[in-house]
Design a binder for this molecule. Structure first.
Ligand code: ASP
Length: 608
């Protein structure tokens, strides 16, 4: 069908035509993006992956061709042959790269027709997301989606190139594996050959990558799909992509350098030159300064101003003297109305058992000395919003978000967490006023990276009434905290670290346990009996006994990195075929029930 193309076949793609091509013969193939009929002149915009070019059909010079072009409709696939012409200066279109030229057609082929699509790739107003996902192939034709997918490709290639240059091998690990739950629920795949037995899709290649270290591949990586059957949470995907890596004999510092290198490459692929090394902050510091283990440093840190108040002040205000009194400062918010101040109240999570002082003016009136000290300590400007969060008078059983943490005491933690959440909520609410979230083009301002280190090893699982691994059970405790494993689990720090950017966790990793005796101790501390541990991870415990080198690694979320770099507001914008929040694929309509015959073969009966 395409014989007529001859040598012209590769001559041009739509968005590639330039003024220097004027006078040349060219062929363009693509979709009809838009048509404008001016009577004698018919303009057709042709679109392909590279962009858009205008094609002109002139009735006077070629009436038959003009008529044929008149039959074209949106999204027809066509090939047009013609001569590139410089446009008159008054018809130049600055909005498209090829806006200075057009193609004067001498031949036109309709390669395929199209039904009228439910929406058009060129539409400026988007249909609802369900429609976009159902007709994803139309949605993906849109310029924004084409750019996002191209960016994703460039980022993946940059990451692969960096890791390969550092001596890492990309090695695949199985998708059909053993159920070893790591935190979320597994997706299960029934075995037909062994009815009643199931494979699980990996939540991550964690154990395989550790086994690759035992196997002598001392630098491994993989850009790999992971599967987690999690409850509905905004912007999570049932299957998502990790940049997973592991290496033998590393200090955390070595892992940081590898990751900083791959992120430098990834960000460069999107046109940003970021600075390394990243700042480092311990978990305790992050909690104290930001009330979060993923600090957003684009806005000022919080300040504990307990000592600005006298004991009498604290008593009058019914503030606990043993808990932090945290100041949140959001710059340039300006004076708030009474109503605006009232709106802040419900933003403090009720669970926190903390007190809120949202009217700093009043505090200033009643406690002028304390207020002066607070202004000085926080370096507040006159138009900054200052809000205080304090522990209430009775430090009862405060329950923290993530369980008990070492050093930052449990009650303190509850106040810090509540203040941290409020800080973020206020930052979002007044984003237009402080402007700190706007991109400026300066990577040091736009991308505030850091490493959060020294995470707690365990957290208290209130539901199960037991200690759970804060990262995962293969994470090595801090050497100096080994003796506290049994006596004081809350105080055990882990050799775990997170890469954080602008309040988002990009990735998590750790130095692993490489000795079987310590691994057993950890399982024991997690309340697992020897038999349970053998049953779940027996193959791995055995492998650990055959000369395991010290090793460690990390996994970073590729989807999230691309989303940030594409300045998209959802992961679904950077995943070609994503699922909805309910893990449904609207295009192929999955999941679906399967036939009785299939179930029978698998020995599965569905309970009605
Ligand atoms: N496998 C871990 C995860 O997916 C990351 C790691 O420790 O390397 O969170």
């Amino acid at each position: 069908m395409l014989d007529f193309l001859g040598d012209l076949r590769r001559s041009h793609t739509c968005g590639a035509l330039r003024i220097t091509d004027a006078g040349k013969h060219a062929i363009l193939m693509g979709w009809v993006n838009r048509r404008r009929d001016l009577g004698n002149l018919l303009f057709i915009d042709i679109r392909d992956r590279t962009g858009i070019t205008q094609i002109v059909f002139d009735k006077e010079s070629n009436p038959a061709l003009h008529q044929k072009a008149g039959e074209l409709r949106n999204e027809y696939v066509v090939a047009a042959i013609g001569t590139v012409k410089k446009r008159d200066s008054n018809t130049v279109n600055k909005n498209i790269a090829t806006g200075e030229v057009e193609l004067i057609a001498s031949e036109l082929r309709v390669l395929n027709e199209s039904k009228q699509p439910p929406f058009l790739p060129g539409d400026t107003v988007l249909p609802n997301e369900e429609m976009r996902l159902k007709y994803r192939y139309i949605d993906l034709r849109r310029d924004a989606m084409q750019r996002n997918i191209e960016l994703r490709h460039k980022i993946s290639i940059a990451i692969r190139e960096h890791l390969s240059s550092q001596g890492f091998f990309e090695i695949e690990t199985p998708f059909m594996t053993r159920s070893t739950p790591e935190g979320a629920r597994d997706y299960l795949v029934p075995s037909r050959v062994q009815p009643g037995s199931f494979y699980a899709l990996p939540q991550s290649p964690q154990l395989f990558k550790q086994i690759l270290m035992i196997s002598g591949f001392d630098k491994y990586f993989q850009i790999v799909r992971c599967f987690r059957d999690e409850d509905f949470r905004a912007d999570r995907q049932a299957e998502f992509t990790q940049i997973d890596l592991e290496m033998s004999y590393p200090q955390p510092q070595v892992v940081y350098e590898v990751v900083e290198g791959l992120l430098t490459g990834a960000f460069k692929a999107a046109g940003h030159n970021i600075k390394t090394p990243f700042l480092r902050m311990t978990y305790d510091e992050a909690m104290r300064l930001y009330g979060s283990d993923k600090p957003d440093m684009r806005l000022p840190a919080m300040t504990d101003v307990r000592d600005a108040f006298t004991a009498e002040n604290l008593q009058t205000l019914a503030i606990s003297s043993t808990l932090p009194v945290v100041v949140i400062r959001i710059p340039k918010v300006g004076e708030l109305s009474r109503k605006e101040r009232d709106d802040i109240k419900p933003m403090l999570t009720a669970k926190a058992n903390a007190r809120l002082f949202e009217d700093f003016k009043r505090l200033e009136k009643n406690f002028p000395e304390a207020a002066t000290k607070i202004r000085a300590k926080t370096h507040a400007e006159s138009d900054d919003l200052i809000v205080l969060v304090a522990g209430n008078g009775k430090p009862a059983e405060h329950k923290s978000e993530g369980g008990v943490k070492p050093e930052v005491k449990q009650h303190d933690h509850a106040v810090y967490t509540a203040a941290g959440l409020l800080r973020l909520a206020l930052a979002q609410k007044y984003a237009d006023r402080h402007g700190a979230f706007k991109r400026t083009g300066n990577p040091e301002h736009d991308f505030r990276f850091l490493w959060v280190t020294d995470f707690p090893m365990f957290e208290w699982d209130e539901e199960g009434k037991r200690w759970a691994a804060a990262h995962h059970p293969f994470t090595s405790p801090h050497e100096h905290d080994m003796d506290k494993l049994e006596s004081n689990p809350a105080a055990v720090r882990a050799l775990a670290y997170d890469a954080v950017l602008n309040g988002t966790e990009l990735g998590s990793g750790s130095i692993r346990i490489h000795r079987q005796d310590i691994q057993s101790k950890i399982f024991h501390a997690l309340g697992m009996t020897e038999a349970e541990a053998r049953n779940r991870f027996g193959f791995f415990l055995e492998a650990l006994e055959y000369g395991t080198p010290p090793h460690g690694g990390i996994a970073l979320g590729l989807d999230r990195i691309v989303m940030i770099l594409a300045e998209a507001d959802s992961l679904r914008e950077v995943i070609p075929f994503p699922k909805t929040a309910r893990a449904v694929d609207l295009m192929v309509d999955a999941p679906t029930p399967v036939s009785e015959a299939q179930l029978k073969e698998l020995g599965i009966q569905i309970k009605k």
